[in-house]
Design a protein around this ligand. Structure first.
Ligand code: PHE
Length: 339
């Protein structure tokens, strides 16, 4: 037995620690409910009577050793901690944190949401991987239309076709399938086209398309809506002009230019000396599209438009190279922080 007590004695003497948790474990090991010394005290009646007194005294000595060890180490740890706090300069400024900036495409998208939400448009979203129906067929694309060609569209699978959407008009189809007029939505999202990446074009970009269907919606309504949009985005001094164009899903169709903000319409290299910059496509929803969607074209009419967010952003911030929006170079993105 005394061998065991000797072993405990050596262990207790040798113990040291600078951690409160470890110290508490040490205390419990000897003095806890099932601790080594507690168990010895509990079993003291099994010790022969003549040895009992010395044994009890020895265990008591060990108990006191443990208690004073705990006391000493505890005050050592505490004083070290207060010393650290004393040495700490609490007036020292904290390390500065780098705060991220919103991406210019997000900034402009939000601005466009705000402009259209003021006149009652809500936002609808849809999948980037689509089928032929939602991207082409429902939108009155003839079967042989070149936009379906492998040149322009990224196909994921053929027959039946699964593809990356080439425009967010596919969302408009989904909205018309799911609801009846009045419909007033804008449809933002990434779109994909098999195009060479240059300073002016990219194979991925962001679109926002709009759709308004109700009774008696006219071309004049469209023109006023788009004029309102252009003035809210670029300033009250901006003019618009509509040029005839073609889209399978609108009739009549148009392309909208805004007066060049750099030269004020006089002509400069940004507007290729025309005084105008093209920013979106638009038109009255083709009756065939309404029919495809089970919306009666004799009762309802509507207009749609689609714009590229990168194009608008470039125009607003005079960014020459579209690739900058995709490279995520912090030196470029930081410039938009204050916006
Ligand atoms: N979907 C067309 C495009 O991607 C844009 C557009 C939308 C044109 C709605 C007219 C009406 O180019």
């Amino acid at each position: 037995m005394s061998e065991k007590l000797d072993q405990f004695k050596q262990e207790i003497e040798a113990f040291t620690s600078s951690s409160m948790e470890e110290l508490e474990r040490f205390r419990l090991k000897y003095l806890g409910k099932k601790g080594e010394l507690t168990v010895l005290f509990d079993n003291i009646r099994n010790i022969p009577a003549e040895e009992r007194k010395t044994f009890g005294q020895n265990v008591n000595i060990l108990k006191n050793m443990v208690l004073s060890k705990v006391e000493n180490l505890k005050s050592q740890i505490e004083s070290k901690y207060t010393q650290q706090v004393d040495e700490m300069d609490i007036s020292c400024p904290a390390n500065s944190m780098e705060i991220g900036a919103r991406h210019p495409i997000s900034v402009v998208t939000k601005k466009i949401y705000d402009v259209f939400s003021k006149i009652g448009f809500t936002v609808a979203e849809g999948p980037e991987i689509e089928d032929d129906w939602h991207v082409f067929s429902a939108l009155n694309f003839p079967p042989e239309h070149p936009a379906r060609d492998m040149q322009d569209t990224f196909f994921v699978e053929k027959d039946p076709d699964v593809l990356l959407r080439t425009h967010t008009s596919s969302i408009q189809v989904r909205v018309m399938e799911a609801s009846q007029p009045p419909i007033r939505v804008i449809c933002p999202g990434r779109v994909f086209r098999n195009e060479i990446v240059t300073a002016r074009s990219h194979c991925i970009f962001h679109q926002i398309e709009g759709l308004y269907i109700d009774k008696n919606v006219s071309f004049a309504d469209m023109k006023q809506t788009l004029l309102y949009f252009a003035k809210e985005m670029f300033g009250n001094h901006i003019n618009i002009r509509l040029r005839p164009s073609y889209f399978p899903f609108t009739e009549p169709s148009a392309e909208m230019d805004i007066s060049c903000d750099i030269c004020g319409g006089k002509g400069c290299n940004l507007c290729k000396y025309s005084g105008w910059v093209e920013i979106l496509g638009c038109g009255m929803v083709d009756p065939n599209v309404l029919k495809n969607m089970n919306i009666d074209p004799n009762v309802y009419s509507g207009f749609a438009f689609g714009l590229g967010v990168e194009r608008i952003t470039q125009q607003l911030y005079k960014t020459k190279d579209i690739r900058l929006f995709f490279e995520n170079d912090i030196r470029f993105l930081k410039q938009f922080e204050a916006i």
